[in-house]
Ligand binder design. Structure first.
Ligand code: ATP
Length: 285
């Protein structure tokens, strides 16, 4: 499904949570939506899934506005950080409700994930630990098979092996059947290899939207003497540079191979680092 975001803004009292954001997601891909606390990620995901209205601008999903749109809601599954389910419900009833709601619900997948995460069908949501409740969210998100599945920090309390399992199953499912997955997380290093495209929000503005492969190939950290590094970065877009004891390290948009052949020390920039530098740069602007 095509997602068009046009001049989207959301204001809460005097706080601009989103400020004139525009972009298009054309294809089913795994998108990483990144940014620091308060950058506007949850606000965006809530507007996308039709839970709240924008102050101005709009989101169109295959041409339609998601707010109060029953037909579209069946195509979007939003799994939040917590409180996804009514506390008094039994796990089996949660699954039943969602299976009725999502036309593409995959019961077989839900059953196998229930085993994987060792959840008791008869337990009530309020008796689940934080990690178990997150596991239930992950199960619903994956089994919904919703063409747009949005995970907003979906794994609070979930231990590292369970998170790893989640990434593996997400990838397996995605490879079998592509769908748009929008993933917001602060555990960027852990997940970044899953991302096919990365969007970074900073203080309500979109500061980057780029394919992850291009980012890996076209950004690098180069280190060497100040003169050598300055020579290399001349005319290139510099994300950040630091000097120490006559040496310089610069984070630049530039071809990794070219940097290597210039004799400088070259390293890739992890997406997490890139996010930090891009959001810092904006603050200082
Ligand atoms: N209901 C609300 N009322 C008032 N302000 C809000 C509300 N929801 C969000 N905000 C503010 O809007 C800004 C963006 O919040 P949002 O939750 O979208 O950020 P986020 O990127 O998801 O942050 P985090 O990574 O911490 O979850 C923040 O400054 C936040 O305080």
């Amino acid at each position: 499904m095509k997602i068009e975001v046009k001049n989207l803004s959301k204001k809460y009292k005097d706080k601009m949570a989103l400020n004139d954001v525009s972009f298009t997601l054309d294809e089913p891909k795994i998108y990483g939506l990144l940014g620091r606390n308060g950058a506007g990620k949850t606000t965006f995901m809530n507007i996308l899934s039709g839970q709240i209205l924008a102050t101005s601008g709009e989101i169109r999903i295959d041409g339609e506005n998601p707010f109060d749109n029953q037909k579209l809601t069946e195509s979007i599954c939003l799994i939040k950080e917590g409180n996804n389910f009514k506390k008094d419900l039994k796990v089996k009833n949660v699954l039943k409700i969602y299976s009725y709601f999502y036309p593409s619900w995959d019961q077989e997948l839900a059953d196998s994930l229930m085993k994987e995460y060792n959840l008791d069908l008869n337990a009530r949501v309020k008796t689940l630990s934080k990690g178990m409740e997150s596991a239930l969210g992950i199960i619903v998100g994956l089994a919904s098979k919703a063409p747009i599945t949005v995970f907003d920090e979906p794994y609070i309390g979930l231990d590292a092996p369970s998170r790893k399992k989640f990434y593996e199953i997400l990838l397996e499912e995605y490879q079998m059947e592509k769908r748009t997955i929008i993933f917001s997380t602060h555990l960027i290093d852990e997940v970044s290899l899953l991302f096919e495209e990365v969007l970074i929000l900073s203080e309500g503005s979109l500061v980057m939207k780029e394919e992850a492969d291009i980012l890996r190939k076209s950004t690098c950290a180069v280190s060497g003497t100040i003169d050598d590094v300055e020579r290399f970065i001349k005319g290139k877009e510099v994300i950040e540079k630091k000097q120490l004891a006559g040496m310089m390290t610069a984070y630049v948009y530039g071809d990794v191979e070219e940097a290597k052949s210039s004799g400088l020390q070259v390293e890739g920039i992890p997406i997490q680092e890139l996010m930090i530098h891009l959001t810092e740069r904006k603050k200082g602007a």
